[in-house]
Design a protein around this ligand. Structure first.
Ligand code: M6R
Length: 608
């Protein structure tokens, strides 16, 4: 979603901001722009489309020591040059960039128009620049505070003022902002990836916090204008983790990183000899863990699918009732949080607004929420009562892959931990943790077979309207497989519980319908096999993901088969998803799609 980058210091801000915006491209955007203060004016360049469109209009000699840049993902107003950020005040002396939504902008805009202001864009954001101009009293810092009081909604805002060119004003309410501390230079961005090449020392702003950022210092205050001391954190990701290396896309790189990212997710957390797990970050005493009566999982998209897998695994291994809800639905319910419930907010980015707000609602009801997140220091882990970092490393491609498999590991570990406090004995525990430790090698085995999947993908590239079917632990994988395919190839795909097809979706099946069956060798195999015969009888084109043991049986019916290694059936989802990630990738590649930045999508969904 929209990206924000600001710089003040001794170097030329233009390449730093443009490079920072490129580092945020993966979040999704449809226009970009930059404003810098240059002697007696604010120079602004903005353009619809990719960042190189905007770069192409930048004068070669353009330079400045203070500037702000933005990638916009349209909400209010179409995709156009005029709606791109930054937005200038009417007199051109103030420039702002904004992430989020100003909910009362219609009313504010109307008043400003009545007072004679003429707006240039259709956005909600432009009113901020105009209000700043109207309120300006010779002290930009004070003006900024006053203006914030008039804004309703969610925002991350950066503002610069020509008459006071030595600082950037910044405010956060609902949209992430991080200050990067350099030597005689400061950065500010909506995502630390924007400036990781320059500094790893960061300060995370919380909601209702403001900062005045100068070259050598920053001053932080809350919305009551009381000074606050912020902790400086060190980010441990390095820039190389953000490079594509020899891979043609980040998505492919991230798929292939999974043996390693999965290993990192359980590293140091397994106690082999007694078959259990330690998850210190949960911040729960053994007694509190023992007393858990119910688990509640909230998440969106792929993280929701990981939560679904988690619910099967927790109920099976720990015998604790578990419900999973889509955060955007949950947040507007009046949810019943029973005593003894522990909640998980699952999020790769840690910034998804629906998950964050659902989490806050649970906390308001007095219950604890644990995060299962990837991005260290992001808002959800900061505001949660504890949790598990999955340590996948930066996930750049919009389509989530390695974060999903690491989220599964987090649930496997949690279920084993709680299970061992209940019905699971030591030997069963040892079996489980030993199997978890073998998963990276099994994933590697599937990846070694990628050429075969690439060949199969050719045939499926010519088809459309895919059905993904699975039962039990393969049902969330069916959903995730379908999501991957539609996100990056724009082909229609639907994930359905295999047992449900007779209740409707079977009507879709004809000789042109590709049906992907996810059917590891578990207790539901025979049931899914019957569904496969029903599809065959109607002429559907069948691709099956299965184990070697069942290949012979399936080959008589399916058109294509992808074999995955054997595992404990409880962990099958982590293996069955890998060929589906690869299949989607190769289909999208054959179709020439923009795989890492699919149309209309954003990596981090920070608006409702
Ligand atoms: O960062 P989060 O895990 O909270 O993101 C949730 C969804 O927006 C995300 O999983 C989305 O569905 C991805 N594009 C899936 O590939």
């Amino acid at each position: 979603m929209c990206g924000i980058v600001g710089y003040i210091g001794e170097n030329n801000c233009v390449p730093i901001i443009v490079e920072g915006l490129k580092r945020l491209e993966y979040r999704g955007y449809d226009s970009s722009g930059i404003s810098i203060i240059k002697e007696k004016e604010i120079l602004t360049y903005k353009k619809e489309g990719k960042i190189y469109n905007m770069e192409a209009i930048l004068p070669k000699e353009l330079s400045g020591k203070i500037g702000i840049g933005h990638t916009r993902w349209a909400t209010h107003g179409g995709v156009s040059d005029k709606n791109a950020h930054p937005h200038l005040s009417q007199n051109g002396k103030i420039s702002i960039i904004h992430n989020g939504i100003i909910e009362n902008y219609i009313e504010l805009k109307k008043k400003l128009i009545d007072e004679g202001y003429t707006f240039r864009s259709e956005t909600d954001s432009e009113v901020i620049a105009y209000l700043l101009e109207k309120n300006y009293n010779g002290n930009f810092e004070e003006t900024f505070y006053k203006t914030l009081q008039q804004l309703e909604g969610a925002y991350g805002i950066l503002a610069i003022c020509l008459s006071e060119p030595d600082y950037i004003m910044v405010a956060r309410k609902g949209s992430p902002l991080i200050i990067g501390i350099g030597e005689n230079e400061m950065f500010v961005a909506s995502d630390a990836n924007a400036f990781l090449g320059y500094t790893k020392q960061v300060v995370y702003l919380e909601d209702y916090e403001i900062a005045k950022i100068e070259k050598k210092q920053y001053i932080t205050k809350n919305f009551r204008l009381e000074s606050i001391q912020k902790k400086v954190n060190t980010i441990d990701w390095d820039q190389t983790a953000l490079d594509k290396g020899d891979f043609s896309h980040y998505m492919l790189k991230e798929i292939f990183e999974q043996p390693e990212s999965i290993r990192r997710a359980f590293a140091g957390r397994i106690i082999q000899n007694i078959g259990t797990v330690k998850l210190g970050g949960l911040n729960l005493t053994p007694q509190e863990l023992f007393n858990i009566e119910r688990v509640n999982i909230i998440a969106c998209g792929t993280s929701y699918h990981a939560g679904l897998v988690g619910s099967y695994v927790i109920e099976e291994l720990a015998r604790v009732a578990t419900r999973v809800e889509i955060a955007s639905e949950f947040r507007y319910k009046n949810p019943i949080i029973e005593k003894g419930t522990i909640s998980f907010a699952v999020s790769q980015s840690g910034e998804t607004i629906d998950t964050l707000f659902a989490m806050r609602e649970i906390q308001r009801k007095g219950a604890k929420v644990l995060g299962i997140c990837n991005v260290v220091g992001s808002t959800i882990p900061r505001e949660s009562n504890g949790g598990v970092y999955v340590h996948s490393g930066p996930e750049v491609a919009v389509a989530s892959t390695k974060a999903f498999t690491s989220q599964l590991i987090a649930f496997y570990l949690f279920a084993t931990l709680i299970g061992r406090m209940r019905d699971l004995g030591q030997f069963r525990g040892i079996e489980l943790v030993s199997e978890i430790e073998m998963l990276p090698n099994k994933v590697q085995e599937i990846l070694n077979n990628s050429k075969y999947i690439e060949n199969i993908a050719e045939k499926y590239t010519k088809l459309d309207n895919f059905l993904f079917l699975g039962r039990g632990l393969s049902y969330p994988v069916a959903l995730e497989g379908a999501l991957k395919l539609k996100e990056i190839s724009y082909l229609h795909a639907e994930g359905v519980p295999a047992g449900e097809i007779k209740h409707g979706p079977i009507a879709l099946i004809d000789k042109k319908t590709p049906v992907i069956f996810i059917m590891p060798d578990d207790h539901l195999f025979e049931k899914t096999f019957s569904n496969m015969q029903e599809v065959r009888a109607r002429g559907g084109i069948i691709l099956s993901i299965c184990n070697e043991k069942n290949v012979k049986k399936i080959k008589g019916i399916a058109d294509d088969v992808i074999v995955i290694p054997e595992t404990e059936s409880i962990f099958s989802s982590l293996l069955t998803i890998i060929p589906l990630q690869l299949l989607s990738y190769y289909i999208a590649k054959n179709l020439g799609c923009d795989i890492d930045k699919p149309r209309n999508l954003a990596k981090s969904v920070t608006v409702e």
